[in-house]
Design a protein around this ligand. Structure first.
Ligand code: SAH
Length: 203
């Protein structure tokens, strides 16, 4: 209801949000805040975005029931769980082994078999299962990585990413691919933690 009041109107998205218990993606001490519209800390010093931020990203991604989606930055796995209700298949990449394992456990508990969680540097994408109809980047980048553009479906693939300099407000940017043409538009101001290259050496 809070998201509806904030202008989120996509019925499939609202239904996915209703069906995924956000609490299951948080440590016990955060459970009282699970349904407050706020960003919260998770393991490995990372965070789970506010539901309204996730809703904005997913509304602009316009995921169809037959799409295959690549998510960069699994974090808690919450957004991947939402995507599993919206898409046919989801591959999600995370640079912290601990987060990969936790997300796999949570998604298995919910029997979300259409989500594949991989330990990988997401800035390089997941070439072995490309192309993807939709790609979503959940941390900021200074420019859209060429590797991700190359893995976008040439026939109308959509990528969404926060673009800008770390520490400054960024522009949520939407890229629509048509063959060799990549049409880029800025859709909303956002503030995300930057993506970091490479797999984490610890945790
Ligand atoms: N979508 C998440 C929130 C993501 S926060 C959720 O629903 O909880 C951003 C995540 O991106 C963090 O977990 C961070 O570790 C991860 N990340 C940062 N750089 C990355 C990279 N190069 N490859 C893969 N994951 C990365």
């Amino acid at each position: 209801m809070q998201l509806r009041a904030r202008g989120v109107s996509d019925a499939r998205l609202l239904s996915a949000i209703e069906r995924v218990p956000r609490r299951l993606f948080l440590a016990a001490r955060q459970h009282v805040l699970a349904y407050v519209d706020t960003q919260l800390p998770i393991e490995c010093g990372q965070s789970i975005s506010a539901p309204s931020t996730i809703a904005t990203m997913l509304e602009h991604l316009k995921v169809g029931a037959r799409d295959s989606v690549l998510e960069i930055g699994t974090g808690s796995g919450y957004q991947a769980a939402l995507l599993s209700h919206l898409a046919a298949r989801v591959v999600t990449l995370e640079r912290y082994r601990t987060l990969v394992e936790l997300a796999r456990q949570r998604l298995a508990t919910l029997r979300m078999d259409s989500v594949q969680v991989e330990l990988a540097d997401g800035l390089l994408g997941w070439a072995k299962e490309a192309p993807f109809g939709r790609i979503i980047v959940t941390g900021s980048v200074e420019a859209i990585p060429e590797a991700l553009k190359a893995q976008l479906d040439p026939d109308g693939g959509v990528l969404i990413a926060p673009v800008g300099v770390p520490g400054q407000p960024q522009k949520l940017t939407r890229v629509v691919r048509s063959g060799d043409d990549f049409a880029q538009t800025e859709v909303a101001p956002v503030r995300f933690v930057p993506m970091v290259a490479g797999i984490a050496a610890r945790l």
